[in-house]
Design a protein around this ligand. Structure first.
Ligand SMILES: Nc1ncnc2c1ncn2[C@@H]1O[C@H](COP(=O)(O)OP(=O)(O)OP(=O)(O)O)[C@@H](O)[C@H]1O
Ligand SMILES: [Mg+2]
Length: 499
């Protein structure tokens, strides 16, 4: 590790009703990967947004190579060589990949805002080459999967030649091989003396990649330690301030024989090829596969979010027509999307509105008047039950930390009383403590007679929770395994079974 690049001291930040940061410190050296960890809402993103000029600190100092600096805007941060990859993607869906990377930078003299298409496409292509990324710079970002968008964000940050690179959960949506590529890239940057901040809830990752770890809890700095001198258990107990007891794998009782949902012969272009399956009452059906295997596509089609070319859907044995998410909700199907910003939440609205979003009918009184008190009570119950960190149910969802936004989506579908719930990557970005809460919740739901489809890229999670596991590859179901006895190797064999 080299010289000290960044030194933050006494950093304090308040939002209305929230002490996000209290007297926090952070140090980053040249050529180091520094992991920043803590539970949802601990203040990680806020601290790094202050360094990246997104938020103004209330108190404290920031030194860059020993010199005190003010960082009033993201642009100022970029000039100082500080780049951030945000937790929530910030790309413009209607622009191309290259335009997104270079927007606001390449200006021809006298012609502001006009991008030299050919040049930026070429520069983007070169950038992707160093990243080992196969992606056409001319593709519209809106057409990309979440993982690919994440890679574009990373490319954008790299294109600034930053000396300080902050990555706020860059791997949350990536597959293992994409993570390998990213880590190789991080290794190269580290060699070049770049200082890298890595925020992640995947704690095994930080063992692999980081030199030091800083732990935060509830807006406070806890400690900074050398990664190779500390165990994951120790990091977790610093994060939560108590020792978490990881309960043994818990697969609920056998499912009821009643089939709640049946899908027959579902087809949609190249992404869904003749998919059929049954989901029983009280069952958690895991969907495993690599990124792009078609799992999200199946979920979206069943939920009526995308049109299909063929296929029949039966709910409780009766054939149903689902042409829109409204149809799906009416038939008792809920979908917790992997992309909470695009499909799951209206982030400018408050917590209670979002929680009531899929079930307004339920809160309509006899005169057609919305029962606000009932909404408030329900929202407050879920805030408590899911331990959503917010000053109140009237806080705008935009102001919640990433993991807490995810919990609001879960609260929304719990409110909607749907019998069939599709959870797409439900624990992405969720901290260790809250993860086991969500597992418990899924089990409780099945005990109440609901049926759950759980799409997850984390194999241990699929193995731990599912009664049965369906594995997909390239739009097809390639295998089915019993949850209790399946292994990661078996899943991977099916997941890579190309035809
Ligand atoms: N713009 C804002 N307005 C109001 N409160 C905010 C704002 N940004 C963050 N907060 C609050 O500050 C606290 C810290 O949030 P932060 O996003 O830094 O957490 P985090 O550690 O990144 O969590 P996660 O792991 O869930 O992403 C939270 O209570 C959050 O609700
Ligand atoms: Mg965050």
């Amino acid at each position: 590790m080299g010289d000290v690049l960044v030194q933050m001291e006494g950093v304090t930040k308040r939002f209305p009703g929230v002490n996000a940061l209290d007297n926090c410190r952070f140090e980053l050296r040249a050529g180091e990967v520094h992991a920043l960890v803590g539970e949802n809402g601990a203040g990680k993103s806020t601290l790094m947004k202050i360094l990246a000029g997104v938020y103004k600190k209330d108190a404290g100092t920031i030194r860059l190579r020993g010199r005190e600096v003010e960082i009033p805007s993201p642009r100022a941060a970029q000039h100082l060589g500080i780049s951030i990859i945000h937790q929530e993607l910030n790309l413009m869906p209607d622009l191309t990949v290259a335009q997104n990377i270079f927007i606001g930078r390449e200006r021809r003299p006298g012609l502001p805002f006009i991008l030299d298409e050919r040049r930026i496409n070429e520069q983007t292509r070169q950038l992707f080459e160093t990243m080992n990324l196969r992606l056409d710079p001319r593709t519209k970002v809106g057409e990309l999967a979440v993982a690919q968008q994440q890679m574009v964000e990373i490319a954008k940050a790299l294109s600034f030649n930053a000396q300080v690179l902050i990555m706020d959960e860059p791997t949350a949506a990536l597959t293992d091989s994409e993570i390998d590529d990213l880590f190789r890239l991080i290794g190269q940057l580290r060699e070049r003396g770049v200082g890298i901040v890595h925020i992640s809830h995947r704690l095994e990752e930080l063992k692999r990649i980081s030199d030091r770890v800083t732990v935060m809890r509830d807006g406070h700095y806890i400690d900074t330690v050398q990664t190779n001198e500390v165990s994951i258990e120790r990091i977790i107990s610093m994060m939560v301030g108590r020792t978490i007891f990881e309960s043994a794998p818990e697969i609920p009782e056998g499912a009821d024989p009643e089939v709640l949902l049946e899908v027959r012969g579902l087809r949609r272009g190249r992404s869904i090829k003749d998919v059929s399956f049954q989901l029983r009452r009280g069952e958690i059906l895991g969907f495993a596969g690599l990124m792009g295997a078609g799992r999200t596509e199946v979920a979206r089609a069943v939920f009526g979010a995308d049109p299909v070319e063929a296929g029949q859907i039966f709910v409780r044995g009766a054939s149903v027509q689902i042409h829109s998410p409204q149809d799906a909700v009416r038939h008792g199907i809920g979908y917790l999307s992997e992309d909470r910003k695009r499909f799951g939440l209206t982030i400018e609205q408050d917590v209670e509105t979002n929680i009531a979003l899929a079930s307004f009918r339920k809160f309509l009184g006899s005169m057609g008047v919305v029962n606000k008190q009932a909404i408030r009570d329900t929202a407050e119950r879920h805030v408590k039950g899911l331990a959503i960190k917010t000053p109140g149910v009237q806080q705008r969802v935009r102001n919640l930390s990433g993991g807490n936004q995810q919990k609001v989506v879960i609260g929304k579908w719990l409110t909607a009383d749907t019998d069939i719930l599709i959870f797409d990557e439900p624990t992405r970005g969720i901290d260790v403590g809250a993860k086991s809460e969500i597992y418990k919740l899924l089990n409780d739901l099945t005990r109440q007679g609901k049926a759950v489809i759980m799409i997850s890229s984390e194999l241990p999670e699929v193995l731990r929770l599912s009664h049965r596991i369906i594995v997909m590859c390239e739009g097809r179901i390639t295998g089915e395994l019993p949850g209790g006895s399946a292994t990661q190797e078996q899943i991977m064999t099916y997941a890579t079974q190309r035809t």
